[in-house]
Design a protein. Structure first.
Length: 362
């Protein structure tokens, strides 16, 4: 992403600032900071005003920021970041400055509040997050690459799934493979949940060995040039006595997942997409065992807007990237989840994930 694109993103932010009556925004969230500036270091604060854009950082990062954040004026922090930012805000005559309420600790808030006795320091909700909802062509290209790595990792891991192998060994192998394929890291702590553990929607890989006849749910994703992927597949480890029920539950989840994909389109709300999938699971009598939302946005963050959820108010538009991941979790028995990533396009959605979805019996 070039300095020119960062300037365009700043312009979009300024339109929103003006609409909400702000003179500027203090940007402290890591993903928002990277999205607007391109700065990849761990410590910097942005001040975006209607005319200008400043990046405040300390001695460690001044050089790096000058190289990466060409749309910003770089300023070195003096005594404290709050004092330095306040000096600039005063000089610029800012009267009403927004901050990101989810991205500031209470202590940081107090530090700024003490300095900002000359202006109105007000929470500005999700201004940058809202711009990030719709991915541009560059972002989509990186997301597709992150998905490709996850798809390849799933194909690779199938030969490692056998009785006696521990869940965490599977997780290590997935990570090792993805990093060799160009991922900079894991998008989250991988879920490898076998047997009764597969009934826990977020059963992070444990030391439990896989056993014959068990369901194994694998939920993982790569980070590629800062963008995430997220995929879940559930397989069964050989034909055990429980296979008929495993197949039955699997087919319901798959039908729900396909209904969700069919319903995912611009021009409606995530509630409708969620309902399309949930109706299938409800009709099969398993509604009480699908207790999470159908999907979430993915981009610089593994969980971002919009959501396919019973109560989401984001109006869906083309370019949004969202997961479709229904599941059925039966305590003591096991669970099934199938998760793809989709991008909303003019008439519906394009499925980004390519890993097979028919039940694999290993
Ligand atoms: Zn996932
Ligand atoms: Zn997910």
């Amino acid at each position: 992403v070039s300095g020119m694109e960062h300037r365009q993103r700043l312009q979009k932010l300024r339109e929103r600032l003006a609409a909400d009556g702000f003179d500027g925004l203090l940007v402290t969230g890591a993903e928002n900071r990277f999205y607007l500036s391109g700065f990849t270091g761990s410590a910097a604060t942005l001040l975006v005003t209607m005319e200008e854009a400043f990046l405040f950082t300390d001695f460690r990062y001044v050089e790096q920021a000058a190289q990466e954040a060409s749309a910003f004026t770089i300023e070195r922090i003096g005594q404290s970041v709050a004092e330095t930012v306040a000096g600039k805000a005063k000089a610029l005559g800012i009267k009403r400055l927004g901050f990101e309420p989810h991205q500031l600790t209470y202590k940081q808030y107090l530090d700024y509040q003490t300095q900002f006795d000359f202006l109105d320091f007000t929470p500005a909700k999700d201004l940058v997050e809202d711009i990030r909802l719709v991915k541009d062509a560059d972002e989509l290209g990186l997301i597709k690459q992150a998905v490709r790595i996850a798809d390849a990792a799933f194909a690779h891991i199938l030969k490692y799934l056998k009785p006696g192998v521990r869940e965490d060994e599977i997780a290590f192998e997935l990570e090792y493979f993805m990093r060799r394929e160009g991922a900079s890291g894991c998008a989250f702590d991988f879920i490898v949940a076998s047997g009764w553990r597969s009934a826990m929607p977020h059963g992070v890989a444990s030391a439990k060995p896989l056993a014959a006849g068990e369901l194994v749910t694998i939920d993982m994703g790569a980070v590629y040039k800062h963008y995430c992927s997220d995929i879940t597949r559930t397989v069964v480890l050989g034909e055990g006595p429980d296979l008929p029920k495993q197949q039955q539950v699997y087919e319901i989840v798959l039908a729900a997942q396909l209904a969700g994909i069919k319903a995912a389109r611009p021009g409606c709300y995530g509630t409708e997409v969620d309902k399309a999938a949930r109706d299938v699971i409800n009709a099969a009598g398993y509604g009480d065992y699908f207790g999470h939302s159908l999907g979430h946005g993915v981009g610089l963050a593994i969980h971002e807007g919009p959501c396919f959820a019973p109560r989401d108010t984001t109006y869906l538009t083309p370019g949004m990237v969202v997961t479709v991941e229904p599941g059925i979790y039966l305590p003591g028995w096991g669970g099934v989840r199938i998760e793809d990533m989709v991008v909303l396009v003019e008439n519906g959605c394009e499925v980004l994930t390519n890993a097979p979805k028919e039940l694999i019996i290993i």
